[in-house]
Design a binder for this molecule. Structure first.
Ligand code: ADP
Ligand code: MG
Length: 256
């Protein structure tokens, strides 16, 4: 069973400590949500998991199936089965969604077996059709240039389609301020609900309580001051909607 373990993680940006001892384990099949006020380090966690060079890990560990993620380059992380959605995806004019997905699948296959010849075109078309149907997407979407002129909702669609075709073991989605209108919220949550469970573990990072009206997480964590100060089930998200974060502030300060 795959799992991502984050143990006592400390991360700094330009000598300022942002994550101050964050621990979390996500197993295949589980949906976890991290919520928390602005500026608390949620995106820092996502970027650190991604391997962004501006974020320095000063202590702690990140293990994926027991292997040290901090020693892997971002592309190795992805080939190992960790999917990280980019909050601000880049446009790649000249590369269609289909071509992009096919080369991503092939690089993942080659990571598992260097002699792999890549997915055949008929096999790829079948997979793409199946996933687009599952996500109720127009097939023309696959022929468009990746993220080129995409609306917020279409970027999310591309992201979810990528997640569906790559079949990662763990997916991390930072849904903080990427213009999540109702349409985009629905796309993300339907995608996550369709794909999660079974073999996929998901970590959704959000400051929108609203997202959790659509995605049903098994575990909800509240992050404040660079660490997780409270964990619970879906009822915790409802409690936060009613009470806000103030009742947790003391707890966050106590632990410093
Ligand atoms: P969240 O996603 O929870 O809103 P972030 O992880 O984006 O929080 O930011 C956490 C803290 O790190 C904030 O105080 C923010 O100002 C600081 N920070 C984020 N990115 C940078 C950066 N590139 N340089 C300096 N400080 C940063
Ligand atoms: Mg953020």
């Amino acid at each position: 069973m795959s799992q991502l373990e984050i143990k006592d993680l400390h991360v700094s940006i330009e000598d300022k400590e942002i994550l101050k001892g964050l621990s979390l384990t996500i197993k295949q099949g589980e949906i976890h949500a991290i919520m928390g006020p602005n500026g608390t380090g949620k995106s820092t966690l996502a970027y650190t998991l991604m391997g962004h060079p501006n974020y320095t890990v000063t202590a702690g560990e990140i293990l994926f199936n027991g292997e040290n993620v901090l020693e892997m380059e971002p592309d190795e992380r992805s080939r190992a089965g960790i999917f990280l959605a980019f909050q601000y995806p880049v446009a790649i004019p000249g590369v269609t969604v289909a071509n992009f997905l096919r080369s991503a699948i092939n690089s993942r296959r080659r990571a598992e077996n260097p002699d792999d010849k890549g997915i055949s075109i008929p096999e790829f078309r079948k997979l793409l059709k199946e996933k687009m149907d599952m996500l109720k997407m127009d097939h023309n979407f696959a022929g468009r240039y990746l993220n080129d002129g995409f609306s917020g909702g279409e970027k999310k669609r591309a992201e979810i389609l990528q997640m569906a075709t790559l079949k990662p073991e763990i997916a991390i989605l930072d849904e903080t301020d990427s213009g999540l209108d109702i349409d985009a919220l629905r796309i993300v949550s339907e995608g996550v609900n369709a794909l999660a469970g079974g073999e996929l573990g998901v970590l959704v990072i959000t400051h929108y309580q609203r997202l959790l009206n659509y995605i049903k997480p098994h575990f909800v964590h509240v992050m404040m001051g660079g660490r997780i100060v409270e964990s619970g089930g879906p009822e915790l998200a409802l409690h936060l909607e009613e009470q806000g974060y103030d009742w947790l502030r003391e707890k966050a300060e106590e632990n410093v």
